[in-house]
Write a protein that binds this ligand. Structure first.
Ligand code: SF4
Length: 66
Protein backbone atom coordinates (compact mmCIF):
# COMPACT_ATOMS: atom_id res chain seq x y z
CA UNK A 1 0.00 0.00 0.00
CA UNK A 2 1.48 3.36 -0.97
CA UNK A 3 2.09 5.80 1.84
CA UNK A 4 0.32 9.17 1.72
CA UNK A 5 2.12 11.89 -0.19
CA UNK A 6 3.43 14.83 1.79
CA UNK A 7 0.88 17.59 1.95
CA UNK A 8 -2.09 15.31 1.61
CA UNK A 9 -4.43 14.25 4.36
CA UNK A 10 -4.56 10.63 5.47
CA UNK A 11 -7.71 8.71 4.69
CA UNK A 12 -10.34 10.76 6.54
CA UNK A 13 -12.78 7.97 7.35
CA UNK A 14 -16.35 9.23 7.70
CA UNK A 15 -15.35 12.80 6.86
CA UNK A 16 -14.58 11.64 3.32
CA UNK A 17 -18.19 11.91 2.27
CA UNK A 18 -19.68 14.05 5.04
CA UNK A 19 -21.42 17.30 4.06
CA UNK A 20 -19.69 19.11 6.94
CA UNK A 21 -16.16 18.34 5.78
CA UNK A 22 -14.13 20.95 3.95
CA UNK A 23 -10.55 20.73 2.73
CA UNK A 24 -8.48 23.80 3.55
CA UNK A 25 -4.97 24.56 2.39
CA UNK A 26 -2.43 26.12 4.71
CA UNK A 27 0.11 28.67 3.48
CA UNK A 28 2.64 25.83 3.54
CA UNK A 29 0.49 23.99 1.00
CA UNK A 30 -0.54 21.32 3.49
CA UNK A 31 -4.12 20.23 3.25
CA UNK A 32 -6.28 19.88 6.33
CA UNK A 33 -9.75 18.59 6.77
CA UNK A 34 -11.92 21.11 8.55
CA UNK A 35 -15.21 20.19 10.17
CA UNK A 36 -17.68 23.00 9.47
CA UNK A 37 -19.97 21.71 12.19
CA UNK A 38 -17.39 22.80 14.77
CA UNK A 39 -18.30 26.44 14.08
CA UNK A 40 -21.82 25.94 15.36
CA UNK A 41 -21.40 22.98 17.72
CA UNK A 42 -18.58 22.86 20.24
CA UNK A 43 -18.82 19.08 20.56
CA UNK A 44 -16.95 18.78 17.28
CA UNK A 45 -13.30 19.48 16.69
CA UNK A 46 -12.48 22.04 14.01
CA UNK A 47 -9.68 19.77 12.80
CA UNK A 48 -10.76 16.26 13.76
CA UNK A 49 -8.17 13.60 14.26
CA UNK A 50 -8.28 11.36 11.21
CA UNK A 51 -9.53 8.89 10.38
CA UNK A 52 -12.89 9.59 11.99
CA UNK A 53 -14.54 6.22 12.58
CA UNK A 54 -17.69 7.26 14.41
CA UNK A 55 -19.29 10.69 14.52
CA UNK A 56 -22.72 11.81 15.68
CA UNK A 57 -22.61 14.74 13.27
CA UNK A 58 -21.89 12.67 10.20
CA UNK A 59 -24.24 13.31 7.32
CA UNK A 60 -23.59 11.64 4.01
CA UNK A 61 -23.08 13.97 1.08
CA UNK A 62 -25.64 13.54 -1.63
CA UNK A 63 -23.52 13.06 -4.70
CA UNK A 64 -26.34 12.20 -7.04
CA UNK A 65 -27.58 15.79 -7.32
CA UNK A 66 -26.08 19.13 -8.07
S1 SF4 B 1 -19.40 16.06 11.30
FE1 SF4 B 1 -18.04 14.35 11.85
S2 SF4 B 1 -17.83 13.16 9.97
FE2 SF4 B 1 -18.62 15.18 9.41
S3 SF4 B 1 -16.83 16.43 8.93
FE3 SF4 B 1 -17.29 16.76 11.08
S4 SF4 B 1 -16.03 15.27 12.17
FE4 SF4 B 1 -16.13 14.62 10.03
Amino acid sequence: MPSPKPGTTPYPGLCADCIHAKLVKSDRASVFLQCQLAFTDSRFAKYPRLPVRTCSGYKKRDEGKG
